[in-house]
Design a protein around this ligand. Structure first.
Ligand code: GDP
Ligand code: MG
Length: 465
């Protein structure tokens, strides 16, 4: 079917920013939930997806719409929360490459922080339009709470002293952004719709606790979607879908959380997934989503679907899903498709990566949490490391005993220094650790790529000293 400006899909919105700026809290405010307080240590550890219906967007922006009259034409919004901790750069990178629009959250009291800058660079690199939420405005001196109120109405209620702190803090952030080459302004101080038609970034003061400004953020995201990137959002029947996560669920076995950006997934579809051992073809046995305004990560009553339409986050049930890799595409074998072609396409990213491994099969084993992280690591070890560290094998996910056995062969090959596993952001099974000791295999772990490199070069230096 032809694509039409009257048939837009939901924009995929990602929330990015430094840890503790209030990303999860902001999403909780829109959802009217409290996921943040239920998180381990209050820190987001994974990507989470929440779907908002159009009517939720309408009620959540009603006060602002009363004075600013705008029409919401998008059918809803899919919001993705990302972890802010520095070790989760791979998840943030995945989030930013999947999204259509973004919210960059800055803590007004702190200004720009390291992961704010990292997120900003990712969004700029991928040319994603975004809104900056200047969060925690309620921390300004003597702030008077105006619960869930549009920001300009809330500012009108404040005393001179509060306004002057707000002015000076937002000017500071604006200056810090300008130093990075980003032009920004409080959104209502920009020309009528400058934030839509120029590269100026709109700033919106918010409180994720008391709700001031949250309406404004949602309105800007809707307007940006409809006026700036509507061409990209015209719904299209071609499936575009990515694996976010693979996990076991009680009673369902291994399931795959998939972000469907475009097209359909249907029960009974013949789906092709990418694993390290090659493609797997499996029938989709079930499609589950949380209820609207609820997050996929949170245990809730799942809704069963016969068919889902992008953009949506969905949990796929099927056989043989346990080795599927996060960050890889999902494809469907249609009536006119050659299964072999689809398999090759699903595997192409991994195939390209394997082509870069050491050709004489001598080198370390690199294990990472996702394909994207693995790509980044290999790039680093091959190109940015002098001398390059040779890699003979790669793996995704938890390190098992068999991985240790595999790399222990380097000892027999007379290259004990390469009987090493460089593990990035993955778990190690207990018996794999024990086996490593027995087999003379070193496992080096780190959450930051260059720490792995440091450990390995230090080890090499000691060896040759
Ligand atoms: P994240 O790491 O960016 O997801 O941040 P969280 O949502 O986990 O919030 C971090 C901390 O800041 C929590 O203790 C929140 O209660 C607090 N917080 C978040 N937003 C606000 C806000 O707008 N005002 C105030 N006063 N505190 C906030
Ligand atoms: Mg969080």
């Amino acid at each position: 079917a032809a694509r039409s400006p009257d048939d837009l899909r939901c924009p995929v919105t990602v929330i990015m920013g430094h840890v503790d700026t209030g990303k999860t809290k902001l999403l909780d405010k829109i959802r009217k939930t409290n996921v943040q307080e239920g998180e381990a240590g209050g820190i987001t550890q994974q990507i989470g997806a929440t779907y908002f219906e159009k009517k939720t967007l309408e009620t959540q922006t009603a006060k602002l719409n009363a004075t600013e009259a705008f029409d919401i034409k998008i059918p809803g919004m899919l919001v993705i929360d990302t972890p802010g901790h520095e070790s989760f750069a791979n998840l943030r990178s995945r989030g930013s490459s999947l999204c259509d629009v973004a919210i960059l959250v800055i803590d007004m009291m702190h200004g720009l922080e390291p992961q704010t800058i990292e997120s900003l660079n990712m969004l700029r690199e991928k040319k994603v339009p975004f809104v900056v939420a200047l969060n925690k405005i309620d921390r300004c001196y003597a702030w008077k709470t105006c619960k869930d109120t549009p920001i300009r109405d809330a500012l009108k209620e404040q005393e001179e002293g509060t306004i002057s702190e707000f002015r000076s803090r937002s000017a500071d952030t604006k200056l810090q952004l300008a130093e990075l080459g980003v032009n920004s302004n409080l959104y209502w101080e920009m020309g009528d719709d400058d934030w839509c038609n120029s590269d100026f970034i709109p700033l919106v003061p918010t409180s994720a606790i008391t709700g001031e400004g949250v309406q404004d953020v949602l309105m800007l995201l809707c307007q940006m979607s409809q006026r700036k990137i509507w061409k990209k959002l015209m719904w299209c029947a071609n499936l575009e879908a990515t694996v976010l996560e693979v996990k076991a669920i009680d009673g369902l076995g291994m399931t795959v959380d998939v972000l469907v950006v475009n097209g359909h997934l249907r029960e009974g579809d013949k789906a092709v997934f990418c694993t390290l051992n090659g493609p797997i073809v499996t029938e989709i046995r079930g499609l589950l989503t949380p209820p609207p305004s609820r997050e996929m990560r949170v245990k809730s009553e799942y809704i069963h679907h016969k068919e889902v339409k992008g953009a949506l986050g969905v949990k796929v049930i099927g056989n043989n899903l346990d080795k599927v890799m996060a960050g890889t595409p999902v494809m469907i074998v249609g009536p006119n498709d050659e299964e072999e072609d689809i398999k090759a396409e699903v595997m192409s990213d991994l195939t390209n990566l394997e082509a870069k491994l050491s050709t004489d099969k001598v080198g370390v084993l690199v294990q990472a949490s996702t394909l994207g992280a693995l790509e980044a690591l290999l790039q680093f070890l091959r190109v940015d490391t002098q001398p390059p560290i040779p890699v003979s094998a790669i793996g995704i996910g938890t390190i098992h005993k068999r991985d240790v056995t595999k790399i222990s062969t380097m000892n027999e090959k007379g290259r004990p220094e390469y009987a090493t596993i460089l593990a990035f952001d993955v778990d190690i099974e207990k018996d794999a650790r024990e086996h490593a000791v027995d087999m003379g295999v070193r496992i080096m772990t780190a959450d930051i790529i260059y720490h792995l490199f440091d450990q390995f070069t230090r080890f090499m230096d000691e060896l040759t000293a």
